[in-house]
Design a protein around this ligand. Structure first.
Ligand SMILES: *Cc1c(COP(=O)(O)O)cnc(C)c1O
Length: 425
């Protein structure tokens, strides 16, 4: 599409936007009565208006039914009782990540789930002991690797192969990871890293990486914190072995919202023999309350549940993911490519953008490098009512999330940044 740097043009795009009504389903933050322009959905998505009623509802069930809430359907909404609350979000999650409903389950938080799934799917044997990952992944993932491996008596420096971008490049070339997988093929047990990189916004070719990992004889998993609700995923079809994500970024489920996992169907049959760190909530449900010795997992992804679910967090999660599923990932992605494409067009001649220019290699987010006075520029943007996110030492991340960002918001951002930079020169 040919973009034009004019407010009227942006407003025209908004008028033709089939998703524009979704903005009204969210609380847009305000300062001094002024609506802010929010580009931070990659860190914390906005609050859907529907979550308050969802939380109120569970509070009412607790108030009126108390312990019976675990087993009884409430009379008003006829939601599943809390015992099967994890089933409410399955249709939405399955749509969002491209999976069967038995392959997904909302549970725990992201880094916890990474440890749980590493326990099951990192199984070094003989020559195959290595984990291939990217250098400079999100810190929590690095700490999880480091401590997980040490806890299992292994040396992270010997196990982890970190692939960095080639010298002089901000991001990875599509072949970088495939070549590395090939190179270490005989010693790989697992390939695991973020499908969408938190810092640069780069989207990896997960289908190709999964194929290469399997050809090498390794398993493959993805951290989808920045992928879920942002880019099109087909985890089942891509044959990814497992994945996990958080729900508070592009899924808008609230600060610290419930995480989700994916475990491919092919691992369900031998589920009972996989190593795992289990708890009673993953125990085969019909027999859970027999409270007998000897762990028997629930079928599918549900068997990785550990503890009693946090009902209030599940309520916000379920209400939020419904919105993404209802809008539909294809529609969201279509708008997102256009929104971020417009932002790229408006900023490309102003600043150094490290996010790939190829739309297939990026999601919502653009990452700008401002080596000089970046922090001041960022503070001026904030003062002008534009909310982005600052990463030391010199990076501004901006993510127009398609559910609640307008083309006018994007135009205003471009216009304001142009102004700020012009005045600094
Ligand atoms: C946001 C994010 C996390 C956060 O993990 P929590 O356990 O939810 O705190 C982890 N990894 C990546 C890649 C992230 O982007």
């Amino acid at each position: 599409m040919n973009f034009i740097n004019e407010l009227d043009f942006a407003r025209q795009l908004d008028q033709n936007d089939p998703l524009r009504a979704y903005q009204d389903r969210f609380h847009i933050p305000q300062r001094n009565g002024q609506r802010l322009r929010y580009f931070c959905g990659n860190s914390l998505g906005l609050q859907p208006k529907s979550v308050r009623a969802a939380v109120d509802h569970e509070l009412a069930v607790w108030q009126n039914l108390a312990v019976e809430g675990w087993f009884e359907q409430d009379e008003v909404v006829r939601n599943q009782p809390w015992l099967t609350i994890h089933e409410r979000s399955k249709p939405a999650l399955a749509h969002i990540v491209g999976a069967l409903e038995t392959e997904v389950c909302a549970m725990n938080n992201l880094t916890i789930n990474m440890h749980l799934l590493l326990t099951s799917f990192y199984r070094p044997a003989g020559q195959r002991t290595k984990i291939l990952t990217i250098g400079g992944d999100f810190p929590s993932d690095m700490y999880a690797f480091e401590t997980h491996l040490r806890a299992r008596g292994l040396n992270p420096d010997e196990v982890l192969i970190e692939v960095f971008p080639q010298p002089g490049h901000d991001t990875w070339q599509p072949a970088d990871l495939l070549t590395a997988i090939d190179q270490y093929a005989d010693t790989l047990a697992l390939v695991l890293f973020s499908g969408v990189h938190y810092y640069t916004g780069q989207v990896f070719d997960m289908a190709a990486i999964a194929r290469a990992a399997h050809n090498a004889g390794a398993l493959v998993g993805f951290d989808l914190a920045h992928g879920v609700g942002n880019v099109l995923l087909q985890l089942h079809q891509w044959q990814v072995d497992f994945a996990y994500w958080c729900s508070y970024k592009y899924l808008n489920a609230g600060p610290g919202g419930v995480s989700g996992i994916f475990v491919h169907e092919r691992h369900h049959a031998d589920s009972a023999t996989l190593p795992r760190l289990a708890g009673w909530w993953g125990y085969d449900q019909p027999q859970r309350f027999a409270m007998t010795k000897g762990f028997m997992p629930m079928p599918g992804a549900d068997g990785w549940q550990v503890s009693t679910p946090t009902v209030l967090a599940m309520a916000t999660h379920d209400a939020a993911v419904q919105i993404t599923a209802e809008a539909g990932m294809n529609n969201l992605r279509q708008k997102s490519e256009r929104l971020t494409g417009y932002l790229y067009y408006l900023l490309n001649d102003l600043v150094h953008i490290i996010t790939p220019s190829d739309p297939a290699q990026r999601g919502c987010q653009l990452s700008l490098l401002l080596p000089e006075q970046g922090r001041q520029v960022f503070d001026q943007l904030t003062a002008a009512g534009i909310i982005g996110d600052w990463r030391e030492p010199d990076c501004i991340r901006l993510a127009p999330a398609p559910l609640y960002t307008s083309f006018e918001d994007v135009w205003q951002l471009g216009h304001t940044l142009r102004d700020i930079l012009a005045r600094r020169r």
